[in-house]
Design a protein around this ligand. Structure first.
Ligand code: GLN
Length: 246
């Protein structure tokens, strides 16, 4: 079977609500790295009021946003909750960034206003604090032999993990989930959340390929080896960010 037979489908959740800091750059990175390998990428934008199709979607992406946009996104996500839980149970890959990450958990309590329900794919909860954490972040990823992962954080939410939900990354520089336990982000099954904007995947090519490989494995039920790409530009961007002050 040649590469042209392979494809993945991405559902971009609520780009009309959650897309600050250019988080859609993560989808552009996935598409680029698949295109370079002849793997077709179909992208569904799931806007407010839309219904996800959990049977043929391999990858779900949800970006970050301010508290105001998260209120509406919380309501919209709840309408697709059962379908998204089914997607998680069938090993679909999720990547949630910051505000989107918070809503993949059980709830987000803003500093002011009512608690926002999440869809509980991650056993995690977030409570907004008085301090805003803004700056460059460097971490290592235990799922990828402690590969370096860099990004930028801007959140007041403090996230705590419970049960089978484990940290996605380990903080080297920055605040991460709660500026206390050196955890950054969360993982349960193939659901990943992180505070790292940037956008994240263009300057973390190994992580991008790791997620693409998980989505292909979910669809084709076997490991699909990915051809090596020339990542010299991506690695230069990564190393530049690694040297940035906090
Ligand atoms: N409103 C959330 C917070 O401040 C998420 C912010 C974001 O997505 N950058 O923690």
């Amino acid at each position: 079977m040649n590469r042209l037979d392979f494809s993945i489908k991405i559902a971009h959740l609520y780009p009309d609500l959650l897309n600050i800091y250019g988080d859609k750059g993560n989808i552009a990175a996935i598409k680029y790295r698949c295109d370079m390998r002849g793997i077709r990428v179909d992208i569904d934008e799931i806007k407010s009021g839309y219904r996800v199709n959990q049977t043929d979607t391999d990858f779900y992406f949800i970006g970050g946003g301010q508290d105001m946009q998260q209120i509406k996104a919380s309501i919209e996500l709840s309408k697709n909750k059962e379908r998204l839980i089914e997607a998680m149970e069938t090993d679909a890959v999720f990547l949630g960034i910051c505000g989107g990450y918070q809503l993949l958990g059980n709830y987000y309590q803003p500093f002011e206003g009512d608690r926002l329900s999440g869809i509980g794919l991650l056993d995690a909860y977030t409570i907004a604090g008085k301090k805003r954490f803004i700056g460059n972040v460097s971490t290592i990823c235990p799922y990828m032999d402690n590969t370096s992962v860099v990004g930028f954080e801007n959140h007041s939410g403090l996230t705590y993990l419970r049960g089978k939900t484990k940290p996605f990354l380990k903080v080297i520089k920055g605040a991460g989930n709660n500026n206390k336990d050196k955890s950054e982000g969360a993982r349960y099954k193939n659901v990943f959340g992180t505070y790292l904007h940037g956008s994240l995947l263009p300057k973390n090519p190994k992580l991008c390929d790791y997620l693409i490989a998980l989505a292909l494995k979910r669809k084709y039920k076997c490991d699909i080896p990915l051809d090596e790409l020339d990542d010299s530009t991506e690695e230069r961007a990564h190393d530049f960010c690694l040297k940035l002050k906090r």
